[in-house]
Design a protein around this ligand. Structure first.
Ligand code: R5P
Length: 294
């Protein structure tokens, strides 16, 4: 097995190769003056080739590079190709919210499969159902929630884990299991036209307790800022945040911190100043299991 690190692997491919005791396959890349991507495998392409490429910004460029690598690996002699995409961009557009919209997650997943991937592995995809719905190849969604919760073990007083919305409740439950505490969710409504998010607090006993908010993505930070304000408004002692994918659009970190959040911790699926937890060990385990079952 060879692990190829794409231009947006963020070091995960090299760590994965070490974890699995596999060969690391270098991928050279450059941009042509007109902005097009060029990729080249710098070694033998044979056997099982695991291509690691996260789809953080610039998402479109990283997606094209991923497709180029998958198809090239097939053409050059890989017997099977595993696409490891730590952050799957476009996953939040998983339905037509208004008529006429593109179903982005479908297009992205189908493109990866059509380029020649035999397996697909990702981390905390926005909705797992999207993978089942749009991929016919074997696929795994690894969650980093427990690893993120471990970071906070022993650091919280009377902890409560909150999901910022009902959809993320299962993440709150997983984190709460690690921390041995209660969990709940806040109700969130996003106006599709203006993008404005409103949080309606539930009857939670957070007064005087440390609240850990868990979510898959922090993009503008608006969701977390609202959730943090709601928790602090209900008397929480401190608010801390664990998220898998720190997209952190411009101004997001400031927005989150100025809402009263004391600390935010994320994984390395996207490079950022708060990416403290590597998903490489989780991906190594998932890959070993998946390939052993094949
Ligand atoms: C939404 O359902 C996601 O789980 C996140 O809560 C959301 O994408 C975060 O976006 P933002 O940081 O822009 O509020």
């Amino acid at each position: 097995m060879r692990i190829a690190g794409g231009p947006a692997s963020n070091g995960i491919a090299a760590r994965l190769a070490r974890e699995l005791g596999a060969d690391y396959l270098e991928v050279r890349h450059k941009l042509f003056p007109d902005g097009e991507s060029y990729v080249k495998f710098e070694g033998e392409v044979e056997g099982t080739v695991v291509i690691v490429q996260s789809l953080y910004p610039p998402q479109d460029r990283h997606l094209v590079q991923l497709l180029l690598m998958i198809e090239a690996a097939r053409d050059l002699g890989a017997s099977e190709v595993v696409a490891v995409v730590p952050y799957l961009a476009y996953a939040r557009q998983d339905k037509r919210f208004t008529p006429g919209e593109a179903l982005s997650v479908k297009t992205v997943l189908r493109s990866i499969e059509r380029a020649g991937a035999d397996y697909f592995v990702t981390v905390d995809v926005h909705k797992r159902e999207s993978l089942d719905q749009w991929l016919s190849i074997p696929h795994v969604d690894v969650t980093a929630t427990e690893a993120l919760a471990e970071y906070f073990k022993g650091k919280l007083e009377g902890p409560v884990v909150l999901a910022p919305d009902r959809g993320a409740l299962w993440r709150a439950e997983l984190a709460a299991e690690v921390l041995g505490c209660e969990f709940d969710y806040l109700e969130k409504r996003r106006d599709r036209e203006t993008g404005e998010v409103k949080v309606e607090p539930k009857e939670l006993e957070v007064r005087g307790r440390d609240v850990l908010i868990v979510d898959d993505v922090v993009s503008t930070g608006g969701t977390i800022a609202l959730a943090a304000r709601a928790a602090l408004g209900m008397g929480a002692r401190r608010v801390l945040v664990a998220c898998t994918h720190p997209l952190l659009a411009e101004g997001a970190l400031e927005r989150v911190l100025s809402s009263g959040v004391e600390e935010i911790v994320a994984t390395d699926t996207i490079p950022s100043s708060v990416s403290r937890i590597s998903v490489a060990p989780l991906l190594a385990e998932a890959l070993s299991e998946m390939l052993a079952q094949a």
